[in-house]
Design a protein around this ligand. Sequence first.
Ligand code: KIV
Ligand code: ZN
Length: 506
Amino acid sequence: MSDRKIVIFDTTLRDGEQSPGASMNMQEKLEVAQMLTALGVDVIEAGFPVASPGDFESVQKIAQVVKGSSVCGLARCKDIDIETAWEAVKAAERPRIHVFIATSPIHREFKLHMTKEQVLQNTDHFVRKAAALCPDIEFSAEDASRTELDFLCEVVEVAIRAGAKTVNIPDTVGYALPSQFAHYIRTLKTKVPNIDQAVISVHCHNDLGLATANSLAAVEAGAGQVECTINGLGERAGNCALEEITMALNTRRDFFKAATDIVTRRLVPASQLVSGITGLEVPRNKAIVGRNAFAHESGIHQDGMLKNAMTYEIMRPEDVGFQKTDLVLGKHSGRAALNDKVNQLGFSLTPEQVNKLFEEFKALADRKKEIYDADIRALVQRVLFKEITNVSWTLESYSSTSGTGKKPVTSIKLRRGDFIVETQSETTTGDGPVDGIFLAICQLTGLDMKCKEYRVHSISVGHDAQGKVDVSISFNGQEYRGQGTSTDCIEASILAFLDAVNRIAE
Ligand code: KIV
Ligand code: ZN
């Protein structure tokens, strides 16, 4: 028997957009909707059309443009909501209206001022009205997880009889627990006589951090649709994250015997698109799409990963759209991970050189938490340079930016014999551009120097005159002088420092 299909209903543009700071303009919504279709989402809840003219327009535009996914509009049990939702979605290839009413005692009493009987009548009336307009109706019992189970069964039965093809069981306030929520789904499956005529859906909020766990428990109990959002956006603590539910079902297909149509390698780009548009950053340790989700730092983990990635990885980073596992090196990294990185960067070192490098690496790791490729490259080159004597340092190129209120940033590329070494601009900021270049040169040469004197003067006249820089540095208790000349004062400064550095080896 083949695995059953789980319908993925994305509500990033409706429930997600309701979260503070996540509002999007029409163009952005359209971009997200197109991304969702490419991602393989079955149903896109594009908005709540009656909420505002802007909401109506964007749902309508998405309905007109998007091909491949159903486009859904939300509606309360009100004539105006249902009519407006239909106007907005009717141009879609596959339109859906999502009708909801609250069913829990607290909502009935304080929000709706309705009896159970009135809730049942409203459900019947408005689902029928929507079904007369649109072939695909979803019904939601808002706050279902705090609704009496017998009453919930009655409401669901009425909604299906009135024409709902999907019945959604929201955990509106994120109150449910996995086993209790699964019990709700199992009870609906056994007690609602017409349940086989509809798909059971779940919509879980994350107030207790259980949205994905509750959704998975519901799937295990027989739910056929999961409502979710990219990056788990949504009211308060958000909704079940699309990337989490998808990868949990995908990775544990052996257990759930269920699959989605999500193109998983688009998950990271989708996450980045939504975070870029909303400005809501994805935490680094966020499951699946966080920057650290596939980064291994401990030496034991890195060693295991290099031997066989499956030792510490249950999913491949490329399957969710990351380029490759990011082995961030740090103070816990071992020799094997370091050597592997060195080889990846194109160097081949002797065992003695690796030993020397490892010592320097550990010293750097004590000062710097994360060590990137550029740092390793500089370390390797420094180890190799130490073996070269009587070869001068020369300047290959540089760039330097500074300005009022800005930290100067300098990048320098130096050559020594056959080796070229360069700084990353981010690592070399100082009190001014000259300070910046001096720090960069110390870093690149591996020499712990102090600048004792720095003088710049013009050696001719006019605005394009050459500048001459004289410096004096101290190293290991000795003083070394250097001079540099150029029409560019910064370049003259670099040449002066290198002149002094080259005297150290003499
Ligand atoms: O959380 C909720 O109950 C909702 C409904 C409108 C489905 O968002
Ligand atoms: Zn919700």
